[in-house]
Design a protein around this ligand. Structure first.
Ligand SMILES: C[S@@+](CC[C@H](N)C(=O)[O-])C[C@H]1O[C@@H](n2cnc3c(N)ncnc32)[C@H](O)[C@@H]1O
Length: 435
């Protein structure tokens, strides 16, 4: 029985519907540890084994799934998997264990809170980018993934949440990023017959994964249009009432996921909708395909966005600090080169090399080393990408620490090594080359 009141059955615009979904799942992510019994019961009802559930953090599943895609995806060592709407990360973690260290498992989700939760869960598992990465992206937009680079796309109870145009775009993008011969293995809610308007337009029913369900015929048309072949729908015949049974909490807002939507008494959710496995393939091209080294379009998408705004120091200001023998001997200044390959070909004399691509994961060790370094100055080639980003991650890390734990602050060398070399070409006290 429902405990919610005041349901609104006026259809929302696509953007308002996406926002309502995002708000509801962000709120759920912030309560990830709650209702663990219920989360486990829902996961078990949709096919996760006790062994699978004990191999992942409890906060990675919150009773939001409608299947277990990695159980059917036939994942192999070395494959690359993409999860659309990855939530707390359960399917990404199960995929990662199947594809091993030589594979890659990437989760995409539109909710910043879900992505933060999944990244925290990955850290608990000792899983790091690029092997396991979570990226915040709205699925109705272009995906930040290389074309023809993914072996298998999975998704668990997500596509129904997108507006119709968003469903079509997400599946077109899925086709683009799959390698020729790659496969789609989705679990989703499908309408057994067209839903009546008062159900279809119910925003609470929508965030609960029911109102946005389309029929198998409509789904197939979208997959055909995207270019997929060999589409197959398998009815799992699950009881969808499990989502709303035995909740320990009651809903607080109209789109709160902790409560059952206020459907009419005679609306039998299992008669109108069902959870399905959906399979499809991107036809093989016959041509050999060379996938890029990683499927992420931008490696830094796998890390948090920088919050701090950073002070820049000119090359002359940094030169004065670097030349100062007292500062140097007291370890009050450090200059950090975050480039990966170019350090040997000319760097600020005495600078330490900490490549940006691994810097975020190295932050605890970097902090221990530099927490009492008053000025930590970062640079890359021109200091307009990796340098400011690494400096920002460090400053955010410093800002997350209690006052008194450090005396450090991040800066950026304006103009990077390019500007430095142009100014100090002949000054071997400032510019150094590895032998
Ligand atoms: C029902 S939950 C499923 C989560 C996860 N797949 C699982 O099984 O636990 C739906 C997920 O899709 C995400 N999502 C919903 N609409 C989205 C959109 N338009 N773009 C990106 N992610 C979206 C939500 O933030 C949420 O994490």
């Amino acid at each position: 029985m429902s405990c919610c009141s005041g349901q609104n059955t006026t259809a929302l615009s696509d953007s308002d519907a996406v926002k309502a979904v995002n708000d509801a799942y962000s709120a759920r992510a912030l309560r990830s540890g709650e209702d663990a019994q219920h989360s486990k019961a829902v996961a078990a009802a949709f096919g996760f084994t006790a062994e699978e559930l004990s191999s992942v953090p409890a906060e990675s599943y919150m009773g939001l799934s409608c299947g277990n895609p990695t159980a059917f995806a036939k994942l192999k060592e070395g494959e690359r998997v993409l999860d659309l709407g990855s939530g707390g990360g359960i399917d990404v973690f199960l995929a990662a264990s199947k594809v091993g260290q030589t594979g890659q498992a990437i989760g995409l989700d539109g909710s910043a809170e879900m992505v933060a939760l999944a990244r925290g869960n990955a850290a608990k598992q000792g899983l790091k980018p690029p092997h396991v990465a979570f990226v915040q992206v709205a699925l109705e937009k272009d995906l930040p993934i290389e074309s023809n680079s993914i072996d298998c796309i999975i998704s668990n109870c997500v596509i129904n949440l997108l507006p119709l145009a968003g469903k079509a775009n997400a599946l077109k993008e899925a086709f683009r990023v799959l390698k020729p011969g790659g496969r789609l293995v989705l679990d989703d809610i499908i309408a057994r017959k067209p839903l009546p308007p008062h159900i279809k337009d119910d925003p609470v029913g929508n965030v609960n994964c029911i109102s946005g369900a389309i029929t198998g015929g409509e789904y197939e048309a979208i997959l055909d249009d995207a270019g997929f072949k060999d589409t197959l729908f398998v009815d799992r015949k699950s009881d969808l009432n499990v989502y709303w049974q035995d909740r320990s909490s009651c809903c607080q807002g109209t789109t709160d996921l902790m409560g059952r939507p206020e459907w009419p008494q005679d609306f039998d959710v299992n008669e109108w909708t069902g959870s399905y496995e959906i399979y499809a393939v991107k036809p093989a091209s016959g041509e050999p395909v060379t996938a890029p080294p990683t499927s992420l379009l931008r490696w830094w998408d796998a890390y948090p966005t920088v919050k701090a705004s950073l002070p820049f120091l000119t090359a002359e200001e940094v030169a004065t600090l670097v030349r100062d023998p007292v500062l140097k001997s007291n370890d009050k200044v450090a200059v950090i080169d975050v480039r990966r390959n170019d350090h040997a070909g000319g760097h600020v004399r005495g600078s330490e090399q900490w490549p940006a691509q691994t810097f975020y994961d190295d932050l605890p060790g970097f902090f221990e080393r530099h927490k009492d370094t008053e000025k930590v100055i970062f640079y890359c080639q021109s200091s307009n990408g990796r340098g400011p980003r690494s400096a920002g991650w460090y400053q955010d890390y410093l800002d997350s620490k209690p006052q008194g734990e450090h005396t450090s602050k991040a800066y950026v060398l304006a103009g990077g090594i390019k500007g430095w070399k142009a100014k100090f070409t002949d000054d071997s006290g400032l510019l150094e080359y590895d032998p």
